[in-house]
Design a protein around this ligand. Sequence first.
Ligand SMILES: [Zn+2]
Length: 87
Amino acid sequence: MTRTCPYCGEEIGGATPASGPDAKPDAGDFSVCLYCGGFLLFTRPDEVRILSLQEYAKLPIDIRKELREVSARVRKAQFDRMLSHAS
Ligand SMILES: [Zn+2]
């Protein structure tokens, strides 16, 4: 099963659904790319696409908060990696 992030092109076979690390993604589930922090929407269990801003805006506030927090963690980890390579 191969899923590729539409933002960064990385394989996201290990994508973590917002509903929990052990949950299997279903069509309509939201996720965050663990490489770039992009917001994703599962269209099938094995396919993701970019979550549009309009779709994001319609989400319940707690889900939006969770997606933002996961994305912020991914971006911070990415930034830390970049810094460690730069020094
Ligand atoms: Zn990505």
